[in-house]
Design a protein around this ligand. Structure first.
Ligand code: HEM
Ligand code: CA
Ligand code: CA
Length: 295
């Protein structure tokens, strides 16, 4: 079945303003939260589709996705989604899925931080399971080559254009030293002064959890400066600089670096595709009452 933008127009007419308000409040409290919510949706959709699987907390007899390599002590924003869900439950009990709330929150975060908007199709339902091994296998890591990144996105039905445009999400948010250390010590394609600065923050050993902005220019503004960074060899992650390293994707990076409107258009299209990956619909799955656990 297809998702539909007015899916809740009768059953929860105030859904969109409730989510928008909850997202705005969370970002006002902590500007990084917009980035964290966007990434949470990505890490949900890449693991068995956008079914809120990532939101299921571990219990004594269940291990979910939150402790998978890419998520462990890194994925964040769970409390924000749980709080928004609680507000939604108050007004429209048991009708709105956590997967839909997460998709809307990602969109509202991007808009709040100055990025493009898109219409989010609704009607996703929530999984009753989660898979740590699927998360470990499906979420791309920062040490991948361009070819591996292209293949990873192709496995989700996403194109090379989607890969480059969606990587522009790294115009906001932060990454830990352990995720960019190899890039700043081993790769040759790093601007010398940027390398020197990063090495002062992230030594060869230790400080694994020290955070640096993915976009060193405007880390809390959704713009196209991430692509300008790639052109000037100032990407934080190896995987980011792979998109501009003398290969087929260089021209698209250059285009986005000079044409913010083109980036916004392709980012919105890519998000729409990503948020439509394998949704549960109809009577599949359930509408979780609490996003952290199955009913
Ligand atoms: C192309 C492959 C991608 C790789 C290899 C990758 C890898 C990473 C890594 C390693 C981090 C830092 C995590 C940490 O140190 O805690 C990160 C952060 C982030 N990623 Fe990606 N990512 C990719 C694509 C995407 C996509 C498609 C999106 C969303 C559409 C996205 C959104 C974000 C955001 C917003 C952050 C910052 C989160 C925060 O500050 O809480 N990434 N990514
Ligand atoms: Ca999922
Ligand atoms: Ca930025």
């Amino acid at each position: 079945a297809e998702l539909c933008a007015d899916f809740y127009s009768c059953t929860c007419p105030n859904l969109l303003p409730i989510v928008k308000k909850g997202v705005a409040k969370a970002i006002q409290k902590e500007p990084r939260m917009g980035a964290s919510l966007l990434r949470l949706h990505f890490h949900d959709c890449f693991v068995n589709g956008c079914d809120a699987s990532i939101l299921l907390d571990d219990t004594s007899n269940f291990i979910g996705e939150q402790t998978a390599a890419a998520n462990n002590q890194s994925a964040r924003g769970f409390n924000v989604i749980n709080d928004i869900k609680a507000s939604v439950e108050k007004e429209c009990p048991r009708v709105v899925s956590c997967a839909d709330i997460l998709a809307l929150s990602a969109r509202d975060s991007v808009v709040y931080l100055g990025g493009p908007s898109w219409e989010v199709g609704l009607g996703r339902r929530d999984s009753t399971t989660a898979s740590r091994s699927d998360a470990n296998n499906s979420i791309p890591g920062p040490f991948l080559s361009l070819t591996a990144l292209i293949n990873n996105f192709a496995n989700q039905g996403l194109s090379v254009t989607d890969l480059v445009a969606l990587s522009g999400a790294h115009t906001i948010g932060l990454a830990e030293c352990k995720n960019f250390r190899a890039h700043i010590y081993n790769d040759s394609n790093v601007d010398p002064s940027y390398r020197k600065f990063l090495q002062s923050k992230c030594p060869r050993s230790g400080n694994d959890k020290t955070l640096e902005p993915l976009d060193h220019q405007t880390p809390i503004h959704f713009d196209n400066l991430y692509f300008q960074n790639l052109v000037s060899k100032k990407a934080l992650l190896h995987s980011d600089q792979e998109l501009f390293n003398g290969s087929s994707t260089d021209n698209l990076v250059r285009k986005y670096a000079t044409n913010a409107a083109a980036f916004f258009e392709d980012f919105a299209k890519g998000m729409l595709k990503m948020s439509n990956i394998k949704p549960l619909t109809g009577s599949q799955g359930q509408i979780r009452i609490n996003c952290g656990k199955v009913n």
